[in-house]
Ligand binder design. Structure first.
Ligand code: SF4
Length: 240
């Protein structure tokens, strides 16, 4: 289940270079103007029968067509947090490349974090990991995950895995997608295994290098190929 309280984004770092949500693709896939959507109040919306539109127990992927901490949404984020707090029966997943803005609009009663909020810090290479993850680990967050997406080079996450529940890895999709090397993925998996962190190789991306050969992977097969490799490390929680 997705919840897009606002939409639109613009590049922030190298991992954004071929994002669908701005630039030449924006007309087809989204927009680079940040705007509130019609489903802004989806978590508290009711059906005609008066029941919750989002049924209890769902996992709600939030702001996947934008960034929750994009500055243009600062005035809306307070209401978004209030809705999230009002639904402790849902699990919210929030991914960001702008983790340094985490405290912008943070609710006063946040404390050490809401139980139903999973914050994911996205990194694409060692430089962004070294820059963002120390900040990420310094903020009061109850449930943390790291998304290596798109994976653009080898990353050593070992210094940053304490207190992190989960890591996802994705190659870059699209005609211009940069190569994702399986050795980088396996190294991340090993780091997770050693740290007792669950791991999901979500997608190979469009150009996947294995044993030195680069394979072009059809968009509809990238997730399936990653799954076929059978390297995921599952845990008790079924968020991912
Ligand atoms: S932050 Fe995310 S949504 Fe925004 S441009 Fe970058 S990749 Fe796209």
């Amino acid at each position: 289940m997705n919840w897009e309280p606002w939409t639109g984004c613009y590049p922030f770092s190298d991992g954004c270079k071929y994002c669908y949500f701005y630039g030449p693709y924006s007309k087809r896939y989204g927009q680079n103007t940040i705007s509130k959507t019609e489903e802004f109040d989806k978590p508290i919306a009711k059906t005609k029968k008066g029941t919750d539109r989002i049924q209890s127990g769902k996992i709600v992927a939030t702001c996947f067509a934008s960034d929750f901490w994009v500055a243009e949404a600062d005035e809306w984020r307070k209401d978004a947090w209030a809705m999230i707090k009002s639904r402790p029966d849902l699990e919210f997943l929030i991914l960001t490349k702008r983790i340094e803005r985490f405290e912008a609009g943070l609710p006063q009663d946040w404390g050490d974090g809401y139980e139903n909020v999973n914050i994911g810090c996205t990194v694409e290479n060692q430089a962004t990991a070294d820059e963002r993850l120390p900040k990420f680990l310094g903020f009061p967050i109850k449930r943390r995950f790291i998304a290596c997406s798109p994976l653009l080079g080898p990353i050593d996450l070992s210094p940053y895995l304490s207190g992190v529940e989960h890591v996802t890895v994705s190659g870059e999709a699209g005609r211009e997608g940069r190569v994702c090397d399986y050795d980088w993925v396996l190294a991340l998996r090993e780091q997770c295994e050693r740290a007792g962190v669950t791991f999901w190789f979500k997608t190979t991306g469009s150009f996947f290098r294995r044993d030195g050969a680069v394979q072009k992977v059809n968009p509809f097969k990238q997730g399936g190929l990653a799954r076929e490799l059978g390297i995921d490390i599952r845990g008790d929680r079924k968020l991912f």
